[in-house]
Design a protein around this ligand. Structure first.
Ligand SMILES: [Zn+2]
Ligand SMILES: [Zn+2]
Length: 600
């Protein structure tokens, strides 16, 4: 995989003699996989020169937009390949609640701002709204995660040719102490951020400020070099590139920043490689990743929420008057018409009786502990309900991650926050909440069942021919592209054998086998899109596009249903009695293998 910087500057383009070394164009990074896939990360003013370099040749590719602030999209109307008939371009960006990426991009090309409209692009353009998850472009695998910025922003994690590059711009530390570089352990959102960067060969990271400058810039949505070095070390990153250089910094100032970053890594005893991204610089990434995918399966990023925004309901409790007005304004600005402020008692009743989309609990009522209230609300929710995000509004000093996690707190909104921040966080939480589908109930004997699963000693073991032969036979006998032997663990379905599906596990929440283990009877779904339980499941609307499923529960002699043998197809279909009987026979053989010790 090859990486080339065309624009490294944040906020506004700053061409001139003092920015020659690191460049004055705003965000644009080109990525090419060995197979030739062309991917642009953001489309700031740097995209203009890239477009010129591609002139005179047919050229198609993919543009991944982090968010729609000017410095990340202003090069789009000047990117020449979009005006060439015959070219095909795909544009991806975070999906807002009320409007799509295409609608937002069209605005900067309206009559008052630009001489040609979005529909003047002569190339064939496809727009894709992304949410958190994963998707593929040719042989490139891409994961998305929301960043912390006063506009809905996604980071992109790109895996190709055995190497991984992460693009994380723009992003502010979730905890201001982490931004000041004086945070012993990361908490909450910063832990998620570290996980997103984990083991990457290259991380291109917003590093606009220093810790000394940060107190005056809290809430502006950017990172400090101290934070960048700290998260990169914590995530075992090989090379981090400081990016989104502040427009006020000339080349010498960027170099000073770089020297300070080197010093910080050295003081921490780390051999992390740190550079400052420079316009024109090319990086070859050769990773050590072997072909076997080590990343867990992630549900598709290219999913539209099925819910209607008009039906979403935001509940607010224990939040002071001014903050409540701000949260309500944020909800309204994003087109969520239904919100109400309730007393803690009324909130409990509302949670029992309804299905809110999002709950804010503040610490503004003296005798109410928001974390304890959250635990009470969780206890009132039934298992089958979608897990409503519960956000605690409080001061940074009162964030207690450990207690919060035990009580089921989804996230924290810490003071002070602007309406822009409240909006982007609200969007991210609502997008996550609206994308829920019906997850399986827990079996009555869940704890004993889990014990039985683990007692098999098979979880996370290597593939074995004695199981693989059964998935091969099942797939061939029923003409299905995918056959699996699944063990349903506490939070995942893990595959002892997976034919036709690259991943070794998927989250239990989206698993069909988590439904199959609820009964002794086979579970047959002839068309997932027409089944309320599965129609919005990310494994149905996105990869691997499950349309048909037939699963036979795998039952041990002691009665525990530990998993399933299943076949999956990408098209709706029927299954005959004879075929179902055959699948059941194969399942019995798999059960025998489950209780046998592995052959020496
Ligand atoms: Zn920016
Ligand atoms: Zn921005």
């Amino acid at each position: 995989m090859q990486v080339r910087y065309w624009g490294t500057r944040g906020s506004i383009a700053t061409p001139g003699p003092s920015t020659l070394r690191y460049g004055g164009n705003t965000s644009c990074v080109e990525i090419r996989s060995d197979s030739g896939a062309l991917i642009l990360l953001d489309c700031g003013t740097g995209a203009h020169a890239l477009g010129q370099s591609l002139q005179g040749q047919p050229c198609s590719g993919h543009i991944l937009i982090s968010h729609t602030h000017w410095d990340h999209i202003q090069g789009l109307p000047f990117f020449a390949p979009l005006f060439v008939p015959g070219n095909v371009w795909h544009i991806y960006g975070p999906r807002g609640i009320g409007q799509s990426m295409r609608e937002v991009l069209a605005k900067q090309m309206e009559y008052d701002y630009f001489p040609v409209a979005l529909n003047a692009f002569a190339a064939e353009i496809h727009y894709h709204d992304v949410v958190e998850g994963g998707f593929s472009i040719d042989d490139v695998w891409i994961e998305t995660q929301y960043l912390n910025h006063p506009a809905l922003t996604v980071g992109y994690r790109i895996e190709a040719d055995g190497a991984t590059a992460v693009y994380a711009s723009d992003h502010e530390p979730n905890n201001a102490d982490a931004g000041r570089g004086c945070c012993e352990d990361f908490e909450g959102g910063d832990v998620d951020h570290v996980d997103f960067l984990r083991d990457a060969d290259l991380v291109i990271h917003d590093a606009q400020y220093t810790a000394a400058e940060y107190p005056a810039k809290v809430g502006w949505g950017h990172s400090t070099i101290e934070y960048v070095v700290d998260v990169a070390i914590a995530a075992n990153v090989r090379h981090v590139a400081l990016f989104h250089h502040d427009p006020a910094r000339n080349d010498d100032a960027v170099e000073k920043l770089l020297a300070a970053a080197h010093q910080r890594a050295e003081d921490a005893g780390s051999d992390l490689r740190i550079t400052a991204a420079a316009e024109g610089e090319i990086i070859e990434l050769r990773g050590a990743l072997d072909d076997a995918r080590s990343m867990p399966f992630r549900p598709s990023s290219l999913v539209k929420p099925g819910g209607d925004i008009e039906e979403e309901l935001v509940l607010i409790s224990g939040v002071g008057e001014a903050e409540c007005a701000l949260l309500a304004a944020a909800a309204k600005a994003d087109g969520v018409p239904n919100w109400s402020e309730l007393s803690p008692e009324a909130l409990k009743i509302a949670v029992q009786g309804g299905n809110p989309s999002l709950i804010f609990i503040g610490d503004d009522i003296a005798e109410i502990d928001p974390i304890a209230l959250c635990a009470e609300l969780r206890a009132l929710q039934s298992e089958a309900d979608r897990q409503v995000p519960i956000i605690v509004v409080t001061d940074q000093s009162k964030v207690d991650s450990e207690r919060g996690e035990a009580a089921g707190v989804t996230d924290w909104l810490t003071r002070p926050f602007s309406i822009q921040y409240a909006r982007s966080r609200l969007r991210a939480w609502l997008m996550r909440s609206m994308l829920r589908w019906r997850k399986a109930a827990l079996p009555r004997d869940e704890e004993a069942r889990l014990e039985a699963v683990r007692a098999l000693g098979l979880l996370d073991t290597d593939a074995e021919e004695r199981f693989d032969r059964h998935t091969r036979i099942a797939a061939a006998a029923l003409g299905a592209p995918i056959a699996l032997v699944t063990l349903v663990d506490r939070d995942r379905q893990w595959f002892k054998s997976h034919l036709g599906f690259d991943f070794s596990e998927t989250p239990r929440d989206i698993g069909f086998c988590s439904h199959a283990i609820l009964d002794d009877k086979p579970l047959v779904v002839t068309d997932a899109l027409r089944d309320d339980r599965f129609a919005e499941n990310p494994a149905v609307v996105g990869d691997p596009h499950v349309r048909f499923y037939a699963g036979i529960p795998l039952k041990l002699a002691n009665g525990a249903r530990v998993g399933a043998l299943c076949i999956v197809d990408h098209r709706p279909r029927e299954i005959s009695e004879t075929q179902l009987k055959m699948l059941q026979d194969i399942a019995r053989l798999v059960e025998e293998e489950l209780e046998q010790p592995a052959a020496p």
